[in-house]
Design a protein around this ligand. Structure first.
Ligand code: AMP
Length: 435
């Protein structure tokens, strides 16, 4: 299952996936989507950052197919406000070409709007347990039609503060339903409770291989923008020990731009580009050439190439962009240092990536050494558009950590009627490095 097209999803969902820029299904998606579509109960062991949300939403959306009746047919229970908002955001994107309706309800704020959203008629309900029960007991939620029950971050739903509510909810939803349980770890408690209410669940364990290859040295460079990243590439590539290099980019567009640039500078014989828009055959040929042809120094690619590839003798992996699926970091750097050879990975980090690199370090339980940008690398100013996009991304991250965060970006945008953002700490630190 190398492509979303291999699943029995429909055009509306595939288009939404494509708009989101997802090229390849993640490990949990590859394993869970067919099983959920097949109607079986699932216990998925997967952390946040593995793509688990789409792993359960996509097949459920496919099974629900189109808007029907008014009471929810899928209930997604989540332990926190942040997660309910995140799942709501994912639903917004994934349902955009369908007529499926959803509502998100959680505690800590007034119920009025949430009640209104539910009473308009919905197909899916995302809820924290306490607020779900409040609304149910007050008669705002009908449970008779619920056919799919998802427990996201189940290990937290089953801790002491929630467990009685959780049992209560199980009493009020129909017995005949499909259950999907996702948890970061498979604790004894999760196992026991899952055993109590699931019949013969399929267990899918993709707990990431958090140990990064010990033979790979890892460093991080902090820099402000794409142009400076390119300057750093050029500086590094003067060194001939960079003899077989994979450069990972976050999107097809960036891979394509950087690839073409590299072709111009280093010559067509030394560069190959691989991403999801290339045909399967082109990708296979490029990969084979990179493996066998000594002259070919650079492979520019997206995460398409990070999973399960075996290319011997890769000297360096460069993360031109920090991966958003944190597990991919481990996959990417695992492309070098294979078979007892040593290798190096270099990760380029902009202010908008600080958050992600932090999360990656938590995942691999390791600090990655920061190295100074070499003096000779010219640091360029960040173009307006790129800077705005980074500020937006930083706002998104802050909102993820704190759903009440209003977004400095939008507030400050209008200050003095100018579309400039001043005094952002995140950028000051980088700007001060300018020489
Ligand atoms: P999750 O683990 O569900 O919180 O997802 C982590 C991040 O990965 C989210 O920002 C998703 O939008 C993104 N994501 C999920 N699936 C994919 C995929 N197949 N390719 C690229 N990004 C993905």
């Amino acid at each position: 299952m190398n492509s979303f097209n291999d699943f029995k999803l429909n055009r509306q969902l595939l288009n939404a996936v494509s708009d989101l820029g997802y090229e390849t299904p993640t490990a949990i998606q590859q394993k869970a989507i067919p099983v959920v579509l097949g109607g079986q109960d699932v216990i998925g062991i997967a952390q946040t950052g593995t793509g688990k949300t789409a792993a359960y939403l996509l097949p459920i959306l496919r099974l629900l197919n189109y808007a029907q009746e008014n009471s929810p047919r899928a209930l997604i229970l989540v332990p926190t406000r942040e997660l309910s908002i995140q799942v709501g955001n994912a639903l917004k994107e994934l349902t955009k070409y369908t007529d499926l309706r959803y509502a998100v309800v959680f505690g800590g704020q007034g119920a009025k709007e949430q009640i209104a959203a539910v009473s308009e008629g919905i197909d899916l309900l995302v809820a924290s347990p306490g607020r779900f029960l409040d609304l149910y007991l007050a008669g705002h939620i009908q449970t008779k039609k619920i056919k799919y029950l998802v427990l996201d971050e189940a290990e937290r739903l089953m801790d002491k503060s929630f467990i009685s509510q959780f049992h209560r909810i199980l009493e009020v939803v129909p017995r005949k339903r499909q259950n999907l349980l996702f948890s970061a770890t498979m604790s004894e408690l999760v196992k026991k409770i899952a055993g109590d209410f699931m019949a013969f669940p399929i267990e899918i364990n993709i707990a990431p291989e958090v140990r990064t290859a010990e033979t790979v040295s890892q460093v991080v460079y902090e820099l402000p923008n794409i142009k400076t990243k390119i300057n750093l590439l050029n500086y590094l590539f003067k060194d001939e020990t960079f003899k077989k290099v994979i450069v990972f980019c976050k999107t097809k567009a960036i891979a394509s731009d950087i690839g073409k640039y590299m072709e111009r500078v280093y010559g067509l014989d030394h560069v190959r580009i691989i991403h999801g828009n290339k045909t399967q055959q082109t990708r296979i040929n490029a990969m084979q050439a990179f493996r066998e042809d000594e002259q070919l120094r650079f492979l520019i690619t997206t995460d398409l190439a990070s999973r399960g590839l075996d290319i011997p003798d890769v000297s360096h992996v460069i993360n031109f962009d920090v991966p958003i699926i944190y597990e991919d970091y481990v996959h990417r750097i695992g492309r070098t240092g294979r078979a007892f050879k040593t290798g190096a990975s270099l990760t380029f980090v902009t202010p908008a990536d600080e958050y992600h690199i932090q999360k990656i370090q938590e995942l691999i339980k390791q600090r990655i050494e920061k190295v100074q940008l070499p003096e000779k690398v010219e640091v360029l100013t960040t173009p307006y558009e790129e800077r705005q996009e980074m500020l937006r991304e930083i706002d998104r991250q802050k909102r993820k950590e704190n759903p009440d965060f209003k977004g400095a970006f939008h507030e400050k945008k209008e200050v003095h009627g100018r579309k400039e953002v001043h005094g952002r700490k995140d950028f000051k630190s980088v700007k001060s490095k300018k020489r």
